[in-house]
Design a protein around this ligand. Structure first.
Ligand code: A2P
Length: 358
């Protein structure tokens, strides 16, 4: 570890994840000697706070990385594709939050609670990839189960918040929700006909971010559709689980965007080689790193986005045995997608990097 600290660049500093990266660096007292806040030319001249001081946002260019030790990238896949190689070339270790490098065999894909040792391989390209938000929280929860009983198959359905799409999506959901809530005059004495016809007026509401209205709706569509009928977000969970946890595990995923602000929720079903009772699974989960077991249904205690938002831990609850197979478990997993799903995981990777490698 360098005595004088590290020069750290945040690429996409004005975005939802970039903003959070700055906060996490500050909150975890990451040894930053100098911070460089990079975004598009549109943001030049803006100032952002780091440790109580204003720092100017600068335009990202090919020459931004001279003398930079670590670059935290979260400005979109095409930006990483173009600029991460310039950063790496300049000697900066890139921790990339986009999907662009994740499946590159020369780039480690890391969840610190699951496969921290994979970081060693960063030297090949000077790039480390941060996994997809939904994959991260699922694997934090499943690592202790896999270690104890060897997972054979995972069936997961996600309920992902709009913040995962960025600030424009948060704004779109807020605007649509306000417009609909203000326009619909309905009380329970009115019957349902009026409500149906009012809602019908909003079927073709103007959208900028999503293909359909997201307010008061669930969209079974995250990222692009692929030839096999799955979305890319679904296949990311399949591919990344193989790379991070175990290539022998079969994964079937359905990913859904829901009108929540922060936090992704997941219904996770696993089939294991050996039997784990729900009590055994809960015991393992309660001791595993990065997990808060919150599972007391009698008291209505189970993971909620409201409880996980702003927190570092992944919440796990509703742990129960699958009655349809011999060795199966169901659980509900919730985590802050901007924190553990993105910014926190990236900073944790950087922490391991400075502790052990640079
Ligand atoms: P900017 O604010 O200047 O557009 P979000 O995911 O919340 O929408 O944020 C996206 C982030 O990526 C923002 O910081 C945005 O900067 C940044 N970004 C988008 N396009 C570029 C680009 N061409 N060069 C650098 N940063 C970009």
């Amino acid at each position: 570890m360098k005595k004088d600290g590290y020069k750290v660049a945040v690429v996409g500093a004005t975005g939802a994840v970039g903003n959070m990266m700055i906060k996490v660096l500050e909150q975890r007292s990451f040894p930053v000697s100098e911070i460089l806040l990079l975004a598009s030319g549109r943001s030049s001249g803006r100032k952002l706070k780091f440790k109580g001081e204003d720092h100017p946002v600068q335009e990202l260019t090919e020459n931004s990385f001279a003398g930079v030790d670590i670059g935290l990238f979260s400005a979109g896949g095409s930006i990483s594709a173009k600029f991460a190689p310039y950063a790496a070339q300049a000697g900066c270790v890139v921790v990339d939050n986009t999907a662009h490098f994740r499946m590159d065999p020369e780039v480690p894909l890391v969840v610190p609670e699951v496969n921290p040792e994979a970081i060693t391989q960063y030297t090949v390209r000077n790039i480390i990839a941060n996994p997809n938000c939904s994959t991260i929280q699922m694997l934090v929860a499943l690592k202790p189960i896999h270690d104890a009983a060897k997972i054979k198959r995972i069936v997961v359905s996600t309920y992902q918040s709009v913040s995962g799409t960025g600030k424009d999506a948060i704004e779109e959901m807020l605007n649509q929700s306000r417009e609909i809530a203000q326009a619909i005059q309905w009380s329970k004495d009115d019957g349902l006909d009026g409500l149906w016809s009012s809602l019908r007026n909003f079927r073709t509401m103007k959208t900028n971010v999503y293909p359909h209205r997201i307010a008061y709706e669930c969209l079974p569509h995250i990222d692009v559709f692929l030839d096999n009928g799955y979305t890319k977000e679904e296949m990311k969970m399949v591919w990344e689980t193989g790379k991070i946890l175990d290539p022998a595990i079969k994964v079937s995923a359905t990913t859904v965007r829901v009108p929540t602000f922060f936090g992704h929720s997941e219904s996770v079903n696993v089939e294991t080689e050996t039997k784990l009772t729900a009590a055994q699974a809960k015991d393992l989960l309660s001791k595993a790193p990065g997990i808060r077991l919150w599972d007391d249904p009698v008291k209505n205690q189970y993971p909620l986005t409201a409880l996980a938002a702003g927190e570092d831990f992944t919440m796990v609850g509703r742990v129960r045995e699958d009655t349809s197979v011999e060795n199966g478990l169901n659980m509900w997993v919730v985590s802050d997608n901007i924190l553990k799903g993105a910014a926190l995981n990236a900073v944790q990777i950087a922490e391991i990097l400075i502790e052990k490698y640079i």
